[in-house]
Design a protein around this ligand. Sequence first.
Ligand code: M6R
Length: 614
Amino acid sequence: MCGIVGYIGNKKACPILLAGLTRLEYRGYDSAGVSTIEKNGLSLMKNKGRVKNLYDLDGIDKLEGTIGIAHTRWATHGKPSNENSHPHQDNSKRISVVHNGIIENYSELRGLLESNGYHFYSQTDTEVIPNLIHYYFSKNTEDNSVMGFLRAVRDACLDLKGSFAIEVITDYFPDNMIVVRKDSPLVIGTCDDEKYISSDIPAILSFTRDFYLLNDFEFVLLSRTSARFFDSQLNEFQKNTDVIEWNSSAAEKDGFEDFMLKEIFEQPNAVRETIGSRISNNLTCDIDELNFSKEDLKKINKIYIIACGTAMHAGLSGKNAIEKLCRIPTEVDIASEFRYRDPIVDNNTLCIFISQSGETADTIAALKLAKSKGATTIAISNVIGSSITREADFTIYTHAGPEIAVASTKAYTSQVILINILAIYFAETLESASCEQLKDLKSEILSLPKKIEETLECKEQIFNFAKKVYQEKDMFFLGRGIDETVAKEGSLKLKEISYIHSESYAAGELKHGPIALIENGVTVVGIMTDEKLTPKTISNIQEVITRGAKTLIITNQVIDYNSFNEVIKIPNTSPFVSPILSVIPLQLLAYYISKEKGLDVDKPRNLAKSVTVE
Ligand code: M6R
């Protein structure tokens, strides 16, 4: 969850590191720090709070070093404080380390080091790492070369249980840096005589498009001009770079007040990119990344869609499409539940994992479990080379462009579209749905970018509604069928960025208990996009109106506007893909309420963009 940046080159490292941290702050923002290699040893500057506080630290502008590491923290072990901020150093202060992840056996390692005379100054798990490196390096008196130091880093890493992405610098070897990862993201951007290291591609995209995407336990010895790769036996091997197509402006705000608003408005294009050539103008459907035959698919008797948060909500629309078009029983599971509930999975099971970042710890663990039980696995991700894409048998990318705001918006709509295309691809292969039905759905999908643009025109109306309701304490989101899946997503968006408590319910379930919470003035948001279910939902909404609720309706149906306080009309489309349109007013509602409350929309409290810890 924390963000890591590193630089090794000929320019002053500190300004580059601080700029990188600012771009990475969405990964965590409890505290931040940098360490550089200066002429007189290692510098260390760190502070509780946001990255911008670092600029005020005495002497930070005097740092001249051209090699450095930096970190922005999302606290796990130890509360946010100066001592617990990264980088951490060994007792001799000759080794600095930043770390993303969790060291599960840190107290055992701390005990071992303490019994060897080491002291600890923070409550973090990370502080064991530089000391453990020092312990191994000083033990091996025969080899005090940089390879000896690399060996010490390797030995220390082999002792660590849990997940880590680490950067190590030392003034023993002032022209080098060592980086390594296990179950936590880390990439190296390379250009001429410079190397940029980061936990996320967008933070360093303005410097290079050529990246080394690291696998677990690949130890990298960096100098200004080279990146040398070693496996855990320290055998050297060659690694090729991947070219990342995202352009750097995609990771900037581009005139928008916040990343979230920018990303909401990027949805027409993001969805266009996701569709790409997967559905052509003559309505053929193909997914190049997959090669399932009819026989392969016929063997599949159960599908799980596994994800967390918003990605899981996208999975719910996948269940709707797959069950209706392919008639294969499909369950949607929260990754953190799936991994511990001994799911019934065998080699006739297909497991689809959805993750924008591709780095969500629970989703990765669930994927490994499904594979170990013999399932065929497909990853749906937005980030090229991310962990789930490397684990899964097949990967399909959403191509939505970098999503920076913690609250996911364009990733959700891209996931919904992609999983519908996947359902069409399966249905065509299996011949399980009529050509006419699939043709209609495909042409609906092609018309969506334009319809998203039309839907975004509700911006003003939602802004005005938000002004009326931003001080409320509770809200309810109701829908039936596909609309219930959007109710869940609308409710999550509101909670995470506006801190208003909200609940989402299947509209018909309300009278079985939650209706007791409806009282005068409470806001109820109703979503109605399915012709067959709309009259039923209207009856349920009437029940809350009778009890004093104020209502906001999102619909593409013909209804009596006068019965409700506010109605947002969205373009008509097939219920299969209606979440892509009906979610937009809800994203905007959460956004404008958060703005009215004066909150930090892009960096809501307690959250981080990718949840790389369990
Ligand atoms: O990167 P992932 O898609 O795996 O992330 C899953 C969730 O953590 C994420 O969708 C989270 O719920 C968002 N903050 C919601 O806006």
